[in-house]
Design a protein around this ligand. Structure first.
Ligand code: NAG
Ligand code: NAG
Ligand code: NAG
Ligand code: NAG
Ligand code: NAG
Ligand code: NAG
Length: 406
């Protein structure tokens, strides 16, 4: 009898240690386009159309789908785009455009792209919702870390300082429980950069693990298409060339260009009538598309993220595959650079090439913490956030059930 009681108490202790009562707080780091941007206008420079507002109160600039309608979209693009000062190497908003990224520390602005909260704009919402159903609380143990995704790593110092504070605060407010990062897309490389700046002692104390969903560790060919010809931001009615001024002006577009560590020296990534470009020909590429500022953006960011250096925390990688993904861009003398190229497909998640999604394999054997990964064939870059396997995976990790099951 005594023996049974002892055994029972032993089992209970094991259960506690292995996480029955654990609930790791989560910090969500969104990808490119995954934070809301609000603007207030008092423009002196003329907007592109007479009907574009010159003055306004705070309004949701990114993303309000109504601002993407034909014609109106030019007003939107003009307010979103950045200008570059090559002396200071810094970008700014257009004069008279004031911008803020609301909701730091909360989840409201990373759950949906658009504050209307309707279905099409769902972002981390399905994951957050599932966790709330399990007893999690928004703003307490579910926290968002949105940022001005237009800018590259070189202009996020203040954001990263705020992120450090958020990690410590979340840990303390949750009974000194280690946090789990949940990132999507570009949020992964951003978190990696931040992790590289932290000491091992800090990481061991505050961070349980990181779940990276669809992370482009080595960039994506698609970014070159954005730079050359623009992209319709997945909205059918939007004309790529009209969004291009914004997409080009965002250093983050250059940050996610294909990395020299992931594409071969002689591998052609863009074909134009006059020459072929490899990842070593970005200078010529930007000169030829007549956007030399893009090359400066690339220079300012290319060495900041050492994508081959492990984060030295436990990792979970979830990514889609077997979706047609831009592999090589073929332009002719009619299409270069203003019209959409013919695209040779590569394996990937529709946005990010598979080699980039698999970039975490560089770290295997180079860090002592575990690296787990799950590939979801046929699941697209954004759709992966509402895939049941993804949601279930995140729930398992956060509730401490992940290691138990193995
Ligand atoms: C708008 O800009 C003008 C000229 O730059 C300035 O005089 C005015 O005070 C500004 N208005 C507001 C509300 O900031
Ligand atoms: C760029 O920044 C420098 C240094 O602050 C300044 O002198 C210059 O006027 C700026 N250039 C433009 C075009 O704003
Ligand atoms: C950082 O936090 C401060 C204080 O809360 C806030 O004013 C600032 O806008 C934040 N900056 C960024 C880049 O998130
Ligand atoms: C906080 O942690 C301590 C020790 O780990 C535990 O005894 C206590 O019950 C926890 N409190 C809450 C509110 O979870
Ligand atoms: C570009 O590469 C293609 C195939 O790789 C080749 O046929 C073509 O001649 C090259 N064009 C130039 C201008 O070098
Ligand atoms: C464009 O390419 C076609 C076929 O390669 C060629 O016949 C034509 O002369 C070129 N046009 C110009 C303007 O270079």
């Amino acid at each position: 009898m005594m023996w049974h009681l002892l055994l029972l108490s032993f089992i209970c202790t094991i259960n506690t240690i292995h996480g029955d009562s654990v609930r790791y707080p989560a910090i969500f780091i969104p990808g490119n386009g995954g934070s809301q941007i609000w603007a207030r206008l008092n423009r002196t420079s003329p907007p592109p159309h007479f009907f574009c507002a010159r003055k306004s109160n705070w309004f949701e600039l990114w993303l309000d789908i109504r601002l993407l309608l034909p014609e109106v979209i030019d007003c939107f693009v003009d307010n979103m785009r950045l200008t570059y000062n090559s002396t200071t190497k810094k970008t700014s908003n257009l004069e008279g455009v004031e911008v803020q990224v609301p909701g730091f520390g909360h989840t409201s602005t990373i759950e949906f792209f658009d504050s209307s909260g309707i279905g099409y704009s769902s972002y981390f919402a399905p994951i957050v919702k599932s966790l709330v159903a399990l007893g999690y609380t928004r703003g307490v143990d579910l926290r968002g870390a949105p940022y001005d995704f237009r800018r590259g790593l070189d202009e996020q110092q203040e954001y990263f300082e705020n992120l450090t504070k958020l990690v410590i605060e979340t840990y303390e407010q949750n009974n000194q429980t280690k946090i789990v990062f949940v990132t999507h897309s570009m949020g992964g490389p951003f978190a990696l950069y931040w992790l590289h700046q932290q000491t091992q002692k800090f990481k061991d104390k505050y961070i349980q693990s990181m779940i990276n969903i669809a992370a482009p560790w080595g960039g994506a060919i698609k970014a070159l298409r954005l730079m050359a010809s623009g992209d319709n931001i997945d909205v059918y009615v939007v004309s790529p060339i009209r969004v291009r001024p914004y997409q080009r002006s965002a250093p983050s577009t250059a940050f996610v260009m294909p990395s020299v560590n992931f594409w071969k020296d002689d591998e052609v990534v863009v074909v134009s009538p006059s020459r072929n470009y490899t990842v070593h020909d970005y200078k010529a590429f930007f000169d030829d598309i007549k956007y030399p500022t893009g090359y400066e953006y690339w220079i300012n960011n290319k060495d900041l993220l050492n994508e081959l250096k492990p984060p030295e925390i436990e990792l979970h990688q979830i990514y889609g595959s077997q979706m047609p993904t831009p592999g090589v861009l073929l332009y002719n003398n009619r299409t270069f650079p203003d019209l959409q190229p013919v695209v040779l497909p590569d394996n990937g998640d529709g946005t990010v090439n598979i080699r980039s999604l698999l970039g975490f394999k560089n770290w295997e054997g180079k860090q002592k913490q575990d690296i787990h990964s799950t590939e979801l064939p046929g699941v697209e870059h954004l759709a992966i956030l509402k895939h049941p396997t993804t949601i279930n995976y995140v729930v398992q990790v956060l509730s401490g059930q992940f290691n138990k099951e193995k």
